[in-house]
Write a new protein. Structure first.
Length: 203
């Protein structure tokens, strides 16, 4: 029984990633172009997310600055300090829904890009960061999740036409996190391919 349950996780994840490739390839391509335009014009990418999403944001920034699969000059990226992903985070001691927004106002400049991750799209801290980025005349690449009319949550509704919304069509947070990781890899690889050419990378 337990083995079947474990296998089902792999099946569900594989199904989502297979279907997501077709659904997300266009916004991912648009996001690559936004990131590329930013860093090649002297801008930087500021990434943020709460909890697990914060770890993914930090991984993305590290791969952007250092390398993904090929050697290249470092690209300007910074992960903003993480906070809890607890749904009650905004009312618990130590949680600060303005943490990302304050960092954005201190570090963000016109022409920079804010990359956010929020599986539900309802993170108050991420929403505040999006609003702060708009104040600083930054564009936003938002990775969210969900299905139906509520897909993307408050973060999705706050985006402008010039922003890029990458919404994973699933409601389970672990599945969305998995798809976000692949999406971030696509962004890193896409930028590298545009800068270095589309040579195949050996396994």
């Amino acid at each position: 029984m337990l083995e079947q349950r474990i296998q089902q996780h792999f099946i569900d994840s594989a199904d989502l990633l297979y279907q997501g490739g077709a659904a997300l390839s266009k916004p991912l391509s648009q996001a690559v172009q936004a990131l590329l335009a930013c860093v090649t014009s002297g801008g930087k990418v500021l990434a943020c997310g709460a909890g697990v999403s914060g770890l993914l944001a930090a991984q993305f920034a590290s791969q952007f600055v250092n390398r993904f699969e090929r050697e290249r000059p470092g690209l300007a990226a910074l992960a903003l300090a993480g906070i809890t992903d607890d749904p009650q985070a905004d009312t618990r001691q130590g949680a600060d829904p303005q943490a990302f927004a304050r960092a954005l106002r201190a570090l963000g400049e016109a022409g920079d890009v804010l990359l956010t991750l929020s599986p539900s799209g309802e993170s108050a801290a991420v929403l505040a960061a999006v609003q702060a980025a708009h104040e600083r005349e930054m564009s936003v690449v938002a990775l969210t999740g969900g299905v139906g009319s509520g897909a993307g949550g408050a973060v999705g509704r706050a985006l402008r036409e010039t922003d890029v919304h990458i919404c994973v069509p699933h409601e389970r947070l672990p599945r969305v996190h998995e798809a976000h990781l692949i999406a971030l890899h696509c962004l890193c690889d896409g930028v590298d391919a545009q800068l270095l050419g589309e040579q195949e990378v050996s396994a």
